[in-house]
Design a protein around this ligand. Sequence first.
Ligand SMILES: Nc1ncnc2c1ncn2[C@@H]1O[C@H](COP(=O)(O)OP(=O)(O)OP(=O)(O)O)[C@@H](O)[C@H]1O
Ligand SMILES: [Mg+2]
Length: 435
Amino acid sequence: MPNRIHVLDPDVSAQIAAGEVVERPASVVKELIENALDAEAMHILIEVEAGGRQLIRVTDDGHGMSPEDAVLAFQRHATSKIRTAEDLQRILTFGFRGEALPSIAAVSHVELITREPDRDEGTKVVVDGGVVTELSTVGCPVGTSVSVRRLFYNVPARLKFMRSPTTEMNHIVDIVSKFILANPHVSFTLRHHGRDIIHHSGDATRGDMRAALITVWGRDVAREMVPIELSVPRIRIYGFVSKPSLTKSARTHQVFFVNRRWVRHHALSSAVTHAYRGMIPAERQPVCVIYIDIEPLLVDVNVHPTKIEVRFANQAEIQRLLVQAIQQALSAVQLTPTITSQPQVMKPTVASPKPSRGAKEREREELEAFRRLLRQKVDGVATPQETLPAGVQPAERVAASVDEHRIETASRGAPGAGESPSQDVKAPKAVPPQH
Ligand SMILES: Nc1ncnc2c1ncn2[C@@H]1O[C@H](COP(=O)(O)OP(=O)(O)OP(=O)(O)O)[C@@H](O)[C@H]1O
Ligand SMILES: [Mg+2]
């Protein structure tokens, strides 16, 4: 019998690998923004045409690359971010696999222009379907600009699954919004066909997290959010959660960051649901932006090529702490009315007939009982303000108002979709971005 097994051609295996990293235009945007942030960029411009089908260009003012690195960057498993297997246990950069650029280049036409601060000239590298077709010297600003054209032109199967430009653009808006929430100190501009869709001026807001919330979800949502904060040795949980008066029909407005990396994690979502039990109707979902800064040794980010899944060494403890942090913040809100420009009314979360005085009383008692139970459960957890692990930033303070802030919501999905009828949250008023 003849042998059946053969090693795949490199271009076939490159396309297979690319399929894991580059699912749609938003994945390209994600990878390029992560590279820009890893290069310590403070200003990131994302330009898109036709929902990313025609063009995705990410330009940053980071540290750039040498001519040699600019070519090496397109080689699989070439990275400046780790060296040894042990480094995998202490990852604080977004990237570490050395796969994003080669994956993107395997399924598109890429042009990279980059310059380091101590060089007079920049480098241009053009890669077509994974093959370097041009290497030249160019004049350009310090930083890096990567243009991705004709995405999936050589992968008909993927091309078939591309959605309309509007849908793909919504995915891009979503991913850029998450980066803004995680990096409020960085300036982000998302431009579609030359028109600014989102502008977050990191400088103007001095990295204020509530300012990022306003950019992403608007002033009305931000007003209904309260800060949470809890630290124990090696873990710090902070961010914002909605008052029980603000809920959504789905978990679309629940965002979690682990060491500032956006992640999806069922255990975190269910901890949030648990924390609100008894306060909001079972079918409604609270809004939250939760940051978990944790000793890198306690979290494995090398679970999936897209790195949006992580594993915690101490998942149960994190769930407990998260519930505790949310509960503390919510009980403080209910005791202390928030001072805002408009009077705050705790509205019911569903459009139901007014409960009788007795029913209200029972509801309050149930809530109190639940809180007591919860306090007992988490009493064993110490919460001193411990020193944080290296690299973890202290909490940004919540500023009362952020007037320098500009946002344009043009290409968002229908604002307010999925909100409960009794507490409509209006979309932020579109204001032309400032440049
Ligand atoms: N915008 C950028 N500015 C400076 N250097 C960059 C930029 N983009 C990429 N690089 C360099 O190119 C290398 C390869 O990038 P690539 O995204 O392929 O891999 P990675 O970021 O190391 O890992 P991952 O595949 O997990 O993203 C990076 O390690 C980095 O050194
Ligand atoms: Mg990368």
